[in-house]
Design a protein around this ligand. Structure first.
Ligand code: HGY
Ligand code: MN
Ligand code: MN
Length: 418
């Protein structure tokens, strides 16, 4: 397929202005964003994205999981669309670029095509996948997972947040339950591309502009519930205590040991931790926390899960406490499509951007979409590799490099029509 001329580039100022405009919606308390999924702020961000896309001549489709599909027509009405996008929802203390760069980078691809009067055989569809973060409603990549047939929609609708609100009710409340059957598009996709910040330190440390993502590491989320006995922190003798908080601490220590035992690639931690009743002078009767294990190697993930279960069970038995495990998220390591990866690598080379192959440390919607369509990702660096922190930062040049490569990979795959 004919590639766009290497002189064709996106408009970095327009992309940057759109990123800063979107960042005003759901501001955090420290310069980042708190635009959690299916909140009013998410609804506002969706509306702004819809307006921008319609101003760029695109038409909108929305499915029953709130996934947004903004279409720019191709010349061949039978040709399957090339999809490009990511997510607009953020962590509670999220950055301005995680996910958003991929959605607005996709919009910039279309805006640039419009500027240049480029026609393609295949339509282009810019997507916003609902609830990628999985922070308010576990698991992560919920809606792209339902779209790809990994999760059942009724199960997804029933997922509850910390206040007992359900995903389905909240999606309905903000008015973003679409009329398209979720997944109806999945067998009609020519390709999917996702631009994302690396969320790790490698590209910046090596001075590379572009990460050509060949694989994604696998993820496992196990929610652990430890049951002890609430009692007075002053008058309960030490031998009589059934301290769920202490058991949790010992299990978290075990998680760290397990991850280190598979160095250098495996990682493990708990980001979600609740103790009940969480009162200063009550021994915690219950501790609920989620263990996040990741590795590029499935057998390592399985080993870590097994050792967590056996080790945590022994810790609790020795302390006379109860323990229960629930798998609340996960996916196997991912190998992206060779042709799509080659389109990204070729674009970086054609455009003269320094690049290296990389394995994604974070999960992305692309990890699920890869199951139903040829898929690949392009990454740009982020400052100090920091993400899931309001201080997340990138440079305009990095955003430009990533969106330039995205533009070339998407347009080449969509086949320019002279
Ligand atoms: O958890 C992840 O890897 C993604 O940021 N949701
Ligand atoms: Mn993300
Ligand atoms: Mn994220």
């Amino acid at each position: 397929m004919a590639a766009p001329g290497e002189n064709l580039r996106i408009n970095p100022d327009r992309l940057w202005d759109s990123l800063m405009e979107m960042a005003k919606i759901g501001p955090g308390v420290a310069g980042g964003n708190n635009r959690q999924t299916v909140t009013d702020e998410d609804g506002e961000g969706r509306k702004l994205f819809q307006t921008w896309c319609e101003d760029a001549g695109m038409t909108m489709g929305v499915d029953t999981m709130g996934n947004m599909f903004m279409t720019r027509a191709g010349t061949d009405t039978d040709a399957l669309p090339v999809y490009v996008g990511s997510h607009l929802d953020t962590q509670p203390t999220g950055g301005k670029y995680d996910g958003v760069l991929g959605v607005l980078g996709g919009l910039e691809v279309v805006r640039t095509m419009n500027d240049l009067g480029i026609k393609t055989k295949h339509p282009i569809v810019v997507t916003n996948w609902t609830n990628e973060e999985g922070t308010r409603f576990a698991p992560a990549m919920l809606a792209s997972g339902v779209f790809a047939g990994v999760h059942d929609q009724d199960w997804a609708y029933g997922r509850e947040d910390a206040d007992g609100k359900s995903f389905g009710d909240e999606l309905n409340r903000i008015g973003w339950v679409g009329d398209e059957e979720v997944g109806a598009r999945k067998d009609k996709m020519h390709a999917f591309f996702e631009l994302h910040i690396e969320q790790g330190p490698i590209l910046e440390a090596e001075g590379k502009d572009i990460g050509v993502v060949t694989h994604g590491q696998g993820l496992s989320w196990t929610q652990v519930t430890v049951t002890g006995k609430e009692s007075h922190t002053g008058s309960t003798p030490m031998p009589m205590r059934k301290n769920a908080g202490l058991a949790m601490a010992r299990i978290l220590e075990l998680v760290d040991e397990i991850a280190w035992s598979h160095k250098p690639h495996a990682v493990g931690a708990a980001g979600h931790i609740d103790v009940y009743p969480n009162s200063r002078n009550v021994i915690p009767g219950t501790a609920v926390f989620t263990i996040d294990f990741r590795s590029p190697d499935l057998s390592v993930i399985q080993d870590m899960e097994a050792r967590l279960k056996s080790g945590a069970t022994k810790i609790c038995e020795d302390m006379g406490l109860g323990v229960a495990f629930e798998k609340v998220g996960g996916f196997d390591p991912v190998t992206f499509d060779e042709n799509c990866v080659a389109a990204i690598r070729g674009a970086a080379e054609r455009l003269g951007y320094s690049h290296r192959d990389i394995i994604s440390g974070a999960g992305h919607d692309a990890c699920w979409i890869n199951r139903v369509a040829p898929t690949a990702m392009v990454m740009c660096p982020c400052v100090d590799g920091l993400s899931h922190n309001e201080a997340e930062e990138i440079t305009k040049d990095w955003a430009k490099a990533g969106a330039d490569v995205l533009f070339h990979a998407v347009v080449e795959t969509a086949e320019i029509v002279e």
